[in-house]
Design a protein around this ligand. Sequence first.
Ligand code: NIG
Ligand code: FE
Length: 402
Amino acid sequence: MILFRNIGELAGIAPEGLLRRQGAEMADAGILHDAWLAVEDGRIVDYGTGQAPEADEVIDARGGMILPTFCDSHTHLVYAGCRDGEFLDKINGLSYEQIAARGGGILNSSDLLNATSEDELLAQSIERVREVLAMGTGALEIKSGYGLNPEGEMKMLRVIRRIRESVPASVRATFLGAHAVGRGYTQGEYVQAVIDMMPQAAELADYVDVFCDEGFFTPAETERILKAGARHGLRGKIHANELAVSGGVQAGVRHNALSVDHLERTTDAEIEALRGRETMPVMLPGTSFFLGIPYGRAKDYIKAGIGLALASDYNPGSSPSGDMRFVMALACIHMRLTPAEALNAVTMNGAYAMGVSDITGSITRGKRADFILTQPGWTLTKLPYLHHTPYIRSVYLEGKAI
Ligand code: NIG
Ligand code: FE
């Protein structure tokens, strides 16, 4: 057994069996002061204050903080090359939609990806995985969606599978064939092609996603794709309401999607649709920051009693960062989440939104020992406040320092 003692703040504690925190529960960051934490065989076995149990190995936290590793439930970090040229276009005044309409954007990444071998794609992507693990991410969802043809999409899903097999983090794969209409297809042909890819995709992916938004896919197309996914055991995770109020939230809820993501544009109808449901809204403040679009109405969701997750959306076009501490900071500064609400949103609720909250995402007896040990003097409030000061002493996944 390994004992971590002298922990100034042990945060993210949750009782066994709790899979998400909703509404007012999100104010509870599960904190113990002057605590200890015991780990055995890669699992959390116990925690507490006062007298600690005997252990084979003792690690002195020196008054630092321990918190669960981040669960980033929405990324596109498998991609080839980058889109720095479009960054210049953006600085010079073009919007995300204008860049996409010129054949740039997702189609630009698709061209790059289809010209890149599977091994090279893995090599480029694994660098980003290592980058986010070092920043404290312990669970990671990754989407396809830059292949936009059967070959390219399956290549991406195989790369995600190889990442999953080679890193100690919990990795989940989402088939996002319907990210944009692939080159050479009409809209209708491509929707059918995505449906035809489903049996093969289901062998490699855990979830299915659709970019249900203005200029991409309609709610009716989304529902067809969700039904095809369900026939092959894939639950939905929808991109909705990034560019316009799209109807994607309601489409996702009707099909009991695991999550509906983005929601930068929301009316009260979306909040009503999500109340009391199993579907988790996921907001992506890094995208609002980078594109200069509104931040989601996070507080209104919480006030309505709904649980909320935050993710990075790490991708080359709308959020070129997988830094979840920065996501927390943006949520506190621009969405007025408290640090406790933000912590729940990037850990336990993120885990829920990618279907891993039974194994990780909180300090819970029996869960994987996935946590960040900070330098001395850090507290939950300081994480988003001193938002770029280095704070990590070690990241532990399944009880081992990575
Ligand atoms: O989540 N909105 C759609 N997809 C990504 C952007 C992908 C890209 O531009 O490469 C997003 O923002
Ligand atoms: Fe996305």
